[in-house]
Design a protein around this ligand. Structure first.
Ligand code: TA6
Length: 293
C-alpha cells in the first residue's frame, strides 16, 4: 500500500480478504465504493439514492495475482488471450498487479483518486515495451474513469485495452444494449469469428461473447425487468464487448456461482482488434468512461 502522507476524509485503507490484498473503502455524501489496489479495480460503487452500479461474484478470489471477478477490471496491454503466447495472462497483466496510489483528493463534486502502473523488468518479460499507465477515477454522483497510456520508450507500440465492467441484472434474458446498431460485430463464439453488421439491440440468450468495432462511443444497458438503465459514455473508445458466460461456461468458472450468469452481464468499453491504437515514442493517449444510472 503506497502511503500518501494523508488520505482525504471518506477514504479508508482496508484489507481485501486475508491473503494480503489491499484497497480503500470510500464513503462520501454522494457515493460509496470499494477500490482494489491490485488492478486499480473499482469493485463496488453505489451513488446516493441509486442501486448498486456494479456486480461482483460472491465467489470472487482475493488472491494476489489472480483477477478479481467483478467491478471494473482493466484489461491492458492486450485484450482476451495473448495473440501468440497462451501462457501469458488473459487480458494482459494490469489487473493482476498493484498500482501505485499517486493522488487522492476531495473536490466539491467528487473524490478523485489516481493510480499508476509503470513498466518494469517483469512487465517487459511479458510485453517488451516501456509505458506509464495512469487511472484517474472520479467517485461522485456518477462514476468516471480515465485511463492514460504513455509510451516512455523509444519504439512505437500497439496496445489494446478495455474497461471490463460487470453489471447486475434482474434477469439477463430480459436485458438489452442499445447504441451498437450498425457497428461491426465479431462473434467470438463462431469458429471463424465471422464479422457482420449489428442490427437492433444486443440481447443475451445463453452464452454471448461479441466484440463491436467502430461504435459510436455511447451505449445503454437496459434492465427491462427493473426498468433501470446504465448509460456508458466513452467517446475515446471505439470498441464495446458484450459478454454473458451462459450456464455452461459459468459452470467452468470456479469464481462464479452456477446460476450467476442469470443476473449479470459485462459491457466493456475499450479499443481492441482493428480499434487498437498505436502509440509513437513519447506520445500519450487518454480514454474516458462515464457510467450514469
Ligand atoms: O468479456 C469477454 C471475454 O474475453 C470473454 O471471452 C471471457 O473470457 C471474459 O472476457 C472473462 O475473461 P476472464 O479472463 O476475466 O475470465
Amino acid at each position: 500500500m503506497d502511503a500518501l502522507s494523508t488520505l482525504p476524509a471518506g477514504v479508508t485503507a482496508i484489507a481485501l480478504g486475508d491473503q494480503g490484498l489491499r484497497g480503500w473503502q470510500i464513503a462520501t455524501p454522494v457515493c460509496r465504493a470499494v477500490l482494489s489496489q491490485q488492478g486499480a479495480q473499482v469493485l463496488e460503487f453505489q451513488a446516493a439514492g441509486k442501486p448498486p452500479l456494479l456486480w461482483q461474484s460472491p465467489q470472487a478470489t482475493r488472491q494476489p495475482g489472480k483477477a478479481i471477478r467483478g467491478g471494473i477490471p482493466i484489461c491492458f496491454p492486450w485484450f482476451g488471450p495473448h495473440p501468440t503466447d497462451a501462457g501469458k495472462p488473459a487480458h494482459g497483466f494490469a489487473r493482476q498487479r498493484d498500482w501505485a496510489l499517486a493522488n487522492a483528493r476531495q473536490t466539491p463534486d467528487a473524490l478523485l483518486v489516481e493510480l499508476t502502473l509503470a513498466a518494469d523488468d517483469t512487465t517487459r518479460e511479458l510485453w517488451p515495451h516501456d509505458f506509464l499507465a495512469s487511472l484517474r477515477i472520479s467517485f461522485g454522483s456518477r462514476l468516471a474513469l480515465q485511463l492514460s497510456v504513455a509510451n516512455t520508450g523509444t519504439t512505437p507500440f500497439r496496445f489494446a485495452f478495455a474497461f471490463h465492467s460487470y453489471f447486475p441484472l434482474a434477469d439477463s434474458s430480459r436485458a438489452c444494449v442499445y447504441g451498437l446498431e450498425d457497428s461491426v460485430c465479431i462473434d467470438q463464439l463462431a469458429q471463424d469469428r465471422t464479422r457482420s453488421r449489428q442490427t437492433g439491440a444486443v440481447r443475451f440468450s445463453g452464452e454471448t461473447d461479441r466484440i463491436f468495432l467502430q461504435t459510436a462511443g455511447e451505449c445503454r444497458l437496459v434492465d427491462e425487468l427493473r426498468n433501470q438503465a446504465v448509460l456508458l459514455s466513452a467517446p475515446d473508445c471505439h470498441s464495446v464487448i458484450a459478454w454473458n458466460p451462459g450456464p455452461d461456461k459459468t459452470a467452468r468458472l470456479v469464481d462464479m456461482p452456477p446460476d450467476a450468469w442469470r443476473t449479470m452481464a459485462c459491457i466493456e468499453s475499450g479499443n481492441v482488434e482493428d480499434d487498437a491504437p498505436e502509440l509513437p515514442p513519447g506520445a500519450k493517449q487518454t480514454f474516458t468512461l462515464v457510467l450514469e444510472q
